[in-house]
Design a protein around this ligand. Structure first.
Ligand SMILES: [Zn+2]
Ligand SMILES: [Zn+2]
Length: 103
């Protein structure tokens, strides 16, 4: 995917979540960075970063989840770790699918 779209999409998810982790509702600060100029490469687009936050794929990319807004969730690092650690994979998947269907 185009890198500029990738970062704009992450900002859109961040705004949608009011900048808060979608599990514990902790506020996560964000900022845009401009990558340093490198004479050997084309200038890279600005990057959207969230401090102590991650974008979690509800349906993992490797089983066909998409890198799109409705498959991404803003989580703080702690909740993100928990999501991946605390659930057996298939249970986790079922839960995510049923919550997707409810929408
Ligand atoms: Zn959290
Ligand atoms: Zn994740």
């Amino acid at each position: 995917m185009n890198r500029a779209i990738y970062h704009n999409q992450r900002e859109a998810i961040y705004i949608l979540a009011d900048g808060c982790c979608e599990i514990c509702k902790k506020y996560l600060e964000s900022f845009w960075v401009k990558p340093p100029k490198n004479p050997y490469f084309k200038q890279q687009p600005k990057q959207f970063r969230v401090i102590n936050g991650h974008f979690h794929h509800k349906i993992p990319l490797w089983i066909g989840g998409e890198d799109k807004k409705n498959n991404l969730q803003l989580l703080c690092i702690d909740c993100h770790k928990l999501v991946h650690k605390s659930m057996p994979f298939d249970l986790y998947l079922n839960m995510e699918l049923t919550s997707a269907q409810r929408r």
